[in-house]
Design a protein around this ligand. Structure first.
Ligand SMILES: C[S@@+](CC[C@H](N)C(=O)[O-])C[C@H]1O[C@@H](n2cnc3c(N)ncnc32)[C@H](O)[C@@H]1O
Length: 229
């Protein structure tokens, strides 16, 4: 936990130039970093894959926090990808490409068996989340800006299409269950984000959901009951 704490709060919040949460790794929500760490450990992840790096706050954090793991990120905007690539250039485990997120997921899925995917690519006219989910063969997936049904936690939407359970239901092989952080959970470190906080949806693709079922700060949601028609 102390390693996460030190790496997290030593990360510059470059994303503040544009992001409504003022930037920082995982939207400056350390409880998401703690959750990610539990999942990296619990699933013995062999790679970290972020989609949509913007100015590299989460990429930089992941590269420093997990020097033993390959960290991949990308951005469709070549200037963001170039900035982030320079930012993490001293970390030999990090690779940043100016490519579409689904292409990055595809190439990582071809060489790794248990990546942690942090899906955070959005803003453009084309929302790549559905294509990213289809490209994942196996891994643990954290979907940022996911509707967890709590007013403190924001989520993304493209018109009528909300980043939430209906997106999962549209997958060619939808999960029976997904997981969200318990908003009342007593995490070992407090979240210092006082502005926008993003919801997170978690699912296991092609892997046993055991570490999610037993995680003390996650709530299980049954997809069939969560979908709105
Ligand atoms: C919310 S920002 C990402 C923030 C970043 N993950 C962080 O933690 O600081 C979303 C980024 O996704 C990028 N993006 C949008 N569509 C994309 C796509 N199809 N492929 C890759 N990146 C994309 C945007 O250019 C933007 O930089």
């Amino acid at each position: 936990m102390d390693t996460t704490l030190c790496a997290f709060y030593r990360t510059a919040r470059a994303g503040a130039v544009r992001l409504s949460d003022d930037g920082g790794p995982f939207g400056f929500d350390i409880t998401v970093a703690l959750l990610a760490d539990d999942l990296v450990t619990g699933y013995d992840c062999d790679a970290l894959v972020e989609t949509g790096c913007h100015l590299g706050d989460t990429t930089d954090y992941l590269a420093r926090r997990y020097p033993e793991l390959p960290v991949y990120s990308c951005d469709i905007d070549p200037s963001y990808a170039a900035f982030t690539r320079r930012r993490v250039a001293k970390h030999r485990n990090a690779r940043v490409e100016p490519v579409d997120s689904a292409a990055l997921v595809n190439s990582a899925a071809a060489i790794h068996h248990r990546p942690l995917f942090f899906l955070d690519a959005h803003w453009g006219p084309d929302w790549p989340l559905a294509r990213e989910l289809e490209a994942i063969a196996a891994g643990i997936v954290l979907i940022h800006d996911f509707d967890i049904g709590h007013p403190r936690f924001s989520y993304d939407a493209y018109g009528d299409l909300v980043c939430g359970p209906n997106m999962l239901a549209a997958m060619s092989r939808p999960p029976e269950r997904y997981f969200v952080p318990d908003p009342e959970a007593d995490w070992p470190l407090p979240c210092l984000q006082t502005r926008r906080r993003a919801g997170v949806g978690i699912l296991a693709v092609g892997l046993d959901s055991g570490p999610l079922d037993t995680h003390p700060h996650l709530i299980t949601r049954h997809l069939e009951m969560a979908v709105t028609r």
